[in-house]
Ligand binder design. Structure first.
Ligand SMILES: Cc1cc2nc3c(=O)[nH]c(=O)nc-3n(C[C@H](O)[C@H](O)[C@H](O)COP(=O)(O)OP(=O)(O)OC[C@H]3O[C@@H](n4cnc5c(N)ncnc54)[C@H](O)[C@@H]3O)c2cc1C
Length: 302
């Protein structure tokens, strides 16, 4: 297993910003992951896990300790049982890969998965989903169980969480931490929809029209407040196009902050804080971030 030092992380994120990891590995097996966790514990280093990097803002000052990137753990197994399609994927398998067997069988999960970047474990951590009223629309609806590798009393433990053991909320899960998700099992009844390929193509076209996918971003920066839309509030506040350095509130979709090329993570954070301040001032609404801040930030979490 290759342990790298001072590894730049920007290219591993969708925003293309952020500093270095003090130490970095990309395990290719669970046993390599176990070795890495043990090593970090012995050294007294904190551990940060990244998946597809599509929902994280890494500080320009980098991340202390060991950063583990899960992308090489990406095998996917498919079976049919009890009239269901069952897909068991290692944590770093892309959602786009998990989607394929569902699409092949013309099953409904293909439709919401087609809009989601990143890997399958990131989908569980975030309870990722789409805003359209479709079934299923969030990870909670397709996950049967997942496994977590945890260090406890100087040993590694693999714990299995059934769907009902976990607290699933809008873009958040709890009840399984601490640990690293290693494997996820998702399933759906084998009830094909003949129009599924057409629906996936339409949804992909809509997304390309609505989202600024030609520039680096992390998707929606803010969670929607109960009963309203962050994008609509930001637009109403007159903030479309607001820019600090090369970080800009997208002209196309106000809940996206795009990197125009040379943005720094600190520029993006300043835009986030400005948007939060303006929306609070103008409408009395607190916008909470969906994106996770990782690394050496010296301000309070947003
Ligand atoms: C263009 C674009 C569009 C998007 N559209 C949507 C959308 O429609 N709906 C939606 O919900 N999201 C959307 N997102 C956000 C993002 O894709 C999702 O939140 C995604 O599920 C994050 O997965 P990831 O693998 O990239 O996770 P990362 O961004 O790498 O990590 C997210 C969090 O999970 C933790 N984590 C990752 N892997 C593990 C693991 N194995 N074990 C423990 N913790 C782990 C990380 O520490 C971090 O806290 C979009 C992002 C982009 C860039």
């Amino acid at each position: 297993m290759k342990l790298e030092t001072q590894k730049n992380l920007a290219q591993l994120t969708w925003w293309k910003v952020g500093g270095n990891a003090d130490y970095f590995i990309m395990p290719e097996s669970v046993s390599e992951l176990e070795t890495a966790l043990e090593w970090a514990e012995v050294q007294g280093y904190p551990v940060t896990v990244i998946g597809g990097g599509s929902n994280i803002l890494i500080s320009d000052k980098g991340i202390e300790g060991l950063v583990i990137c899960m992308r090489q753990l990406k095998r996917v197994a498919i079976e049919k049982e009890r009239a269901r399609l069952i897909v068991t994927a290692e944590a770093g398998a892309l959602k786009a890969e998990v989607l394929k067997p569902f699409l092949q069988e013309k099953l409904a999960p293909a439709l919401f998965l087609c809009g989601l970047p990143g890997d399958v474990a990131g989908g569980v951590v975030m309870n990722a989903g789409v805003s359209e009223c479709i079934v299923p629309r969030e990870f909670v609806e397709i996950v049967d169980w997942f496994e977590v590798l945890r260090r406890k009393d100087g040993k590694n433990q693999i714990l299995r969480f059934e769907n009902s053991d976990v607290h699933w909320e809008y873009r958040h899960t709890s009840g399984w931490q601490p640990g690293v998700i290693t494997r996820v099992c998702v399933s759906w009844p084998l009830q094909p929809d003949a129009d599924m390929s057409k629906k996936v193509k339409q949804a992909t076209r809509m997304r390309l029209m609505k989202q600024p996918l030609n520039k680096p971003s992390c998707g929606s920066v803010f969670k929607n407040p109960e009963g309203s839309s962050s994008g609509a509030l930001i637009e109403k506040a007159g903030l479309k196009g607001f820019q600090i350095g090369e970080a800009q509130v997208s002209e196309k979709h106000a809940n996206f902050i795009v990197n125009l090329g040379q943005a720094k993570a600190s520029d993006i954070l300043k835009v986030i804080e400005h948007v939060q301040g303006e929306v609070k001032k103008q409408f009395g609404v607190e916008l909470r971030t969906e994106v996770k801040k990782l690394g050496r930030w010296h301000t309070d979490p947003v």
